[in-house]
Design a binder for this molecule. Structure first.
Ligand code: DX5
Ligand code: ZN
Length: 221
């Protein structure tokens, strides 16, 4: 049984390592664990699906022994199905891939489940929820991007929060079980917009890792 909200009814926090100091990633993982993080959000970028390249399986493997927190891997890559097995072996708990990058979504979800992992589907701001109709019954997470993927520190596109409401309504109507995650531009000013919309997981990069971590974590969790 997946526990959707934490005790206070606010979304669970998934700080993104993309905004951490890459020369101190171990410290960043410890900071997430000690400051109410529920997931370690790991943004994998391939320079094809998105312009930049971030990091891959070897980094996950190195970080895996440092924490028991689930690794929430967000694949911003082309042909995500070719990476599922290696990220599963490297220690991912949730593997989320983009609908825009995968024709055979059902097969990829099945592969993730075969590897014993939770499967997520992500959509960029220009992709409507309606495009997910046939995959929603099978996924464990739906990740709504509230910025265009590829970079941290962007401004939230407010219109995307409507998709969170739509996904919550579809879940209730159809008895689906997915968690709803929002990713991009979430900070002290914008978190209420995703919380009010009914999000379960709030991903935060720059607002968590920039400046004073205790203060950041307290306004986000
Ligand atoms: C963007 C990534 C996000 C990003 C969030 O492509 O998927 O997870 O790190 O960063 P902020 O919270 O700074 O927008
Ligand atoms: Zn992400």
């Amino acid at each position: 049984m997946i526990h959707i909200m934490n005790a206070s009814g606010v979304p669970r926090l998934a700080p993104s390592l993309l905004a951490a100091d890459f020369s101190h990633l171990a410290d960043a993982v410890c900071a997430i664990e000690s400051r109410s993080g529920a997931f370690v959000h790991i943004d994998v970028m391939d320079g094809v699906f998105v312009p930049e390249i971030s990091f891959g399986e070897p980094v996950l493997r190195s970080l895996r022994p440092l924490t028991k927190l689930p690794f929430d891997v967000h694949l911003m890559v082309a042909q995500p199905e070719t990476h599922v097995e290696s990220f599963a072996a490297a220690g991912a708990d949730y593997i989320t891939f983009h609908a825009e990058a995968a024709i055979h979504q059902h097969r990829t979800v099945h592969l993730i489940h075969q590897m014993g992992k939770k499967a997520g589907i992500a959509i960029v701001p220009s992709t409507p929820v309606s495009q997910l109709a046939e995959i929603l019954p099978f996924v464990d997470i739906v990740l709504v991007m509230t910025v265009n993927p590829g970079f941290s520190s962007q401004k939230m596109i407010m219109r995307c929060t409507e998709k969170i409401r739509d996904l919550a309504a579809l879940r209730a109507q159809n008895h689906y079980v997915y968690l709803i995650s929002a990713d991009g531009g979430i900070n002290a000013k914008t978190i209420a917009s995703v919380t009010d919309a009914g999000v379960d997981i709030a991903v935060s990069g720059s607002a968590f890792f920039s400046g004073e971590l205790n203060g950041n974590a307290s306004v986000l969790s």
